[in-house]
Design a protein around this ligand. Structure first.
Ligand code: TXA
Ligand code: MG
Length: 342
């Protein structure tokens, strides 16, 4: 299915720019997920992002820039790999971690000496950046620890608009066409290292760079997306292989199930209970990713006592999806309250 991105509403963009200029918060669509944006050069404004999300202040936020010309302004000693990747994938769902320049505030980087830069490809996000004339700092526009928003309604439900809510303005630019957060690659070490998987894969990066990119590493710098509990629905979520489903049903004490599974599995459900609420899993990884967070929200809202996701296919293109599902499973477990959330 094609996603419809509405034509850019320039009046709405002008209102958003006014809000950003006076230090306010704007939720804006990007191609990956909705971001909660503040003027990256206004420390008080960036600080208010953390308050709105309920996020610890030492977590760095991505600086969203209009294009690759920003690399020299907002980072220093950028290696050739940064320009090559920007040339290949910007504007698009790729974040480059580089040494920060003196212009980047500690509030943005959480006190680290690196900065994450991304030029988003969504026309509404681009319009805001062009009209504002400087970068915006923006994490995903969800409360800390919850599933990222892929529609304006998700943001409204999660953060809300002032005075009752946390955001000054929500720009509705339609559902996000990619649906999962950007790929993050750290270019500050000897070898490029993947910090978060997104729709741009490790081999996509390696193809452009002509060299190996290291896999995500438990000891990697603070990427909150790499913390265990993340992307979490409130209902406990189980990820079950199709072959193991009959067994799982037999052993489970769950009385009502909200299920995300391929149509063939739903049509021949191998045991009891039958799904109380069911969503059909997409067969392509692009469509699966695009609908994933909306599906997790719908499954969570179904009021079942378990969410069951029948594991999607394996293979590199499906890795970022497995990654999000594993985190959703980890985060939905209430037995562990010590792990950090983002
Ligand atoms: O697709 C995306 O990246 C979305 C859209 C809005 O652009 N943004 C997003 O932001 O997912 P957030 O804050 O939810 O996740 C960004 C991740 C965080 O885990 C943060 O720790 C990491 O990027 N990050 C940001 N700057 C970093 C840095 N300098 N070094 C290491 N990790 C960094
Ligand atoms: Mg996030």
């Amino acid at each position: 299915m094609k996603v419809h991105t509405p034509a850019v509403d320039h009046d709405a963009i002008a209102r958003a720019v006014k809000v950003l200029e006076r230090g306010g918060l704007v939720a804006l669509p990007t191609e990956t997920v909705y971001g909660l944006a503040a003027d990256a050069t206004n420390e008080a404004a960036v600080r208010s992002i953390f308050a709105a999300k309920g996020r610890p202040a030492d977590h760095p936020v991505i600086v969203h820039v209009a294009d690759a010309r920003a690399i020299d302004e907002w980072s220093r000693n950028a290696p050739p790999a940064a320009y090559a990747l920007a040339q290949a994938f910007w504007p698009g769902p790729l974040t480059l971690v580089l040494q920060r320049s003196g212009r980047v505030s500690d509030v943005v980087t959480g006190g680290q000496d690196t900065v994450g830069l991304r030029a988003p490809g969504h026309p509404w996000a681009q319009a805001v950046l062009q009209a504002l004339g400087r970068p915006v700092a923006a994490p995903s526009a969800n409360r800390f620890g919850r599933v990222s928003p892929t529609t304006a309604d998700h943001v409204r439900a999660d953060l809300g608009v002032k005075p009752g809510g946390a955001v000054d303005l929500i720009l509705d630019g339609g559902p996000c066409p990619v649906g999962i957060e950007s790929t993050i690659v750290d270019l500050t070490g000897d070898q490029p290292r993947l910090l978060r998987q997104g729709s741009i894969s490790r081999s996509d990066l390696e193809r452009v760079l002509g060299r190996a990119v290291a896999a995500p590493d438990a000891a990697a710098p603070r990427v909150s997306g790499s913390l265990e509990r993340h992307y979490a629905p409130r209902t406990p979520l189980e990820l079950v292989a199709q072959e193991a489903l009959a067994d799982w049903l037999q052993r489970s004490r769950a009385k009502s199930l909200a299920v995300l599974a391929p149509p063939a599995v739903l049509a021949a459900w191998p045991g009891k209970p039958s799904p109380h609420f069911a969503l059909t899993a997409a067969g392509s990884e692009k469509e699966y990713a695009r609908t994933l967070y909306a599906n997790l929200r719908a499954l969570d809202a179904a009021g079942a006592d378990r969410i069951v996701v029948v594991a999607p296919p394996l293979g590199e293109r499906w890795l970022p999806i497995h990654d999000r599902l594993l985190r959703a499973r980890a985060g939905s477990r209430t037995d562990d309250s010590t792990t950090e959330l983002d």
